[in-house]
Design a protein around this ligand. Structure first.
Ligand code: 13P
Ligand code: SF4
Length: 334
């Protein structure tokens, strides 16, 4: 108990329970046992390590994960993803305990849009509606009219009357893609995802020459000059489905490399080449997503810490834009 009290204090500093884990422990078996004992569900994004994806009850993109977080009857939602995703789960199901293995698992897009600065930006365009990518803080959602994910963003923009002006935050690349796709003139916040802005046009061009039959597929968070050369643009689920359905047997994949685990599982005979970043780093791995580990997942389920808390007003005011998004998605069959 003393050990846990110390570790809880440590949470404020490190964001996770910094306790020793017995290296002989079968973590997969232990996590499965904890799921049953505590009626807990593990939700994982495609950008998690393969071993975390393999133990999850549900793996999906931001939209699928939100839908699952809303509909689950588990008592505890363990979010193997990043902070804004766990916050969204808490807003959608505030009576549940929502756990995140590492509270410091953030997001460069969410960080790029501090609510107090966004409020000033929004006040300059009082007659505009605000559409925010779900990759933003819970507080930003309180300043948002409709939320969106990369799966439903086109539907969300198209649901707004043509004569209504729209502010789109925080991803300027997704925003530029939406402008092109819908023909709408959006006012863009200047945010980017640190993973999707790192891909090298030059290296991808060289790869395409070496693999002439490979399809180049990209997430809409990528920069416009990359999207222009893509054979297909889609959310993580969209990209995964494309690789299953398309007849090509080779794909160059421009998104976080974690998704390739599911692509390879679904199509074991196909080849997936991660799009290379500009330098020789592992920058196509999201450093925030990858803060979660199997050890942290186990500790967080065992001790039910760290937990995501939100103030009541944030849940109340932030939820409306997510409900609208889920409603439009349902009507669109997404
Ligand atoms: P989707 O889950 O909507 O594909 O978005 C990817 C992403 O960057 C999540 O952080
Ligand atoms: Fe945020 Fe990009 Fe990481 Fe997704 S991949 S969590 S958008 S930093």
């Amino acid at each position: 108990m003393e050990e846990l009290t110390l570790a809880t204090r440590d949470l404020n500093k490190n964001g996770f329970l910094n306790l020793e884990v017995d290296p002989t422990l079968d973590l997969v078996a232990e996590i499965n046992k904890l799921k049953k004992e505590k009626n807990a569900i593990v939700l994982a994004h495609y950008y998690q390590d393969a071993e975390i994806q393999d133990i999850a009850d549900y793996i999906g993109d931001s939209l699928g994960l939100s839908q699952k977080a809303e509909s689950t009857d588990a008592d505890i939602i363990v979010f193997a993803g990043v902070h804004f995703m766990a916050e969204t789960a808490k807003m959608l199901n505030p009576s549940k305990k929502v756990l995140l293995p590492d509270l410091k698992a953030g997001c460069s897009l969410a960080d790029s849009c501090p609510p107090h600065l966004f409020k000033k930006f929004k006040d300059k365009h009082p007659d505009h509606m605000v559409v925010s990518y779900i990759n933003c803080t819970a507080e930003l959602k309180t300043l948002t009219d409709i939320c969106c994910t990369s799966t439903n963003a086109v539907h969300i923009i198209e649901s707004i009357p043509k004569e209504t002006g729209i502010i789109f935050a925080p991803d300027k690349n997704l925003g530029a893609y939406l402008q092109k796709k819908t023909g709408r003139d959006l006012i863009l916040w200047n945010g980017t995802c640190m993973v999707h802005e790192i891909f090298s046009h030059e290296k991808i061009t060289k790869l395409k020459i070496r693999h002439p039959n490979a399809k180049f597929i990209a997430h809409p968070e990528c920069e416009p000059h990359l999207l222009e050369m893509a054979d297909f643009i889609g959310s993580t689920t969209g990209l995964l489905n494309y690789t299953k359905d398309d007849e090509a047997t080779e794909f160059i994949v421009a998104t976080e490399v974690g998704i390739i685990h599911q692509m390879q599982k679904a199509s074991p005979d196909k080849t997936f080449i991660p799009a290379p970043p500009t330098n020789n780093c592992a920058c196509n791995e999201c450093p925030h997503m990858r803060l979660n580990t199997l050890e942290k997942l186990y500790l967080c389920m065992k001790h039910e810490l760290p937990e995501v808390h939100l103030e009541d007003w944030v849940v109340k005011e932030g939820r409306t834009c997510i409900d609208k998004m889920l409603d439009i998605s349902k009507k669109a069959g997404l």
